[in-house]
Design a protein around this ligand. Structure first.
Ligand code: ZN
Length: 294
């Protein structure tokens, strides 16, 4: 199934893309697409519904992030051998785990805002895992049982905040709008092999990332198992799994996003996103105070 959330930001309704590509409104069956609707049992109830009886959503609706009320938005760093090489980093011996603020999650085609003071906003196409069942200390051999499905994620990143400002990567990863998710949450039955998906990202129509989940260092099952040894994963949590080569930071000379750019990206079987890049205008957060507190 391809699950979506459609409508105005903050007021999205749950939906399902039918065989004709129309969005069917699921709000008569479930309140939203969140952790509470992603267990195997809950997904089976949606699966058994008579789709033809559900209303078709009006066309041209905005899509929200394909999962709502995400509590943990975890990311894996340097998880592609070829991307680690382009950044000059060693292949990690264990997965690099960092947080993206759940408040950065937006719809797949919403604007990406360059943060205040940013010179180095960058792109990263990634396969994201959506958790379906509570997972704690699970093995890699059973990990996929805890996965509801997958979606495309643009792990938008500010490289100065991430790398040059000290501490962990978190500062450069959770700025407002840095987490487009969707268009669809594709349930795992439709993605029998998550380690063989082509993926790409264009900036202004120019292909800059062209990769495959084949070159992941740690695979989906290993990642879910690994993270579950450090925290309880709850239904609706999202883990984004790293990016292939072709980010702006790795280019010579380096290249970063500017207002007016258009980023489009996709993964085989998971659909496509398209974001317009806009300048910070102070409407996303209160800019009246500097971080120094005056
Ligand atoms: Zn990333």
């Amino acid at each position: 199934m391809k699950l979506v959330r459609f409508g105005e930001a903050g007021r999205e309704k749950p939906g399902l893309v039918d065989a004709q590509g129309q969005v069917r409104d699921l709000s008569g069956l479930v309140p939203d697409i969140t952790g509470g609707t992603l267990s195997t049992e809950a997904l089976n109830r949606i699966r058994q519904a008579d789709l033809s009886s559900l209303p078709v959503a009006p066309s041209g609706q905005r899509l929200g992030a394909c999962v709502g009320q995400v509590r943990n938005f975890i990311a894996i760093g340097l998880n592609y051998a070829d991307h680690a090489a382009e950044t000059g980093a060693a292949i990690p011996a264990e997965p690099i785990v960092f947080n993206k603020a759940p408040s950065c999650i937006v719809g797949p085609n919403d604007d990406v805002i360059i943060p205040r003071g940013s010179q180095k906003t960058d792109w990263e196409v990634e396969l994201a895992i959506v958790i379906g069942e509570r997972a704690s200390y699970i093995g890699a051999n059973e990990a996929l049982e805890f996965v509801a499905g997958y979606c495309v994620c643009n792990d938008v990143s500010e490289r100065e905040f991430q790398i040059e400002r000290g501490g962990t990567w978190t500062k450069g990863k959770g700025c407002p709008t840095f987490g487009p998710l969707g268009p669809w949450l594709v349930t795992k039955d439709e993605i029998p092999d998550p380690q063989n998906l082509s993926m790409w990202l264009d900036v202004n129509g120019e292909r800059v990332q062209n990769g495959s989940t084949k070159t992941m260092i740690f695979n989906v099952a290993q990642i879910v198992s690994y993270v579950s040894h450090f925290m309880i994963l709850e239904p609706g949590d999202v883990i984004t799994t790293g990016t292939p080569p072709g980010v702006g930071m790795g280019m010579k000379p380096q290249r970063f996003l500017k207002a007016g750019d258009v980023v489009s990206l996709g993964i085989e079987g998971l659909g496509e996103q398209r974001q317009r890049v806009v300048a910070f205008e102070g409407n996303a957060v209160d800019t009246s105070k500097s971080w120094k507190g005056h």
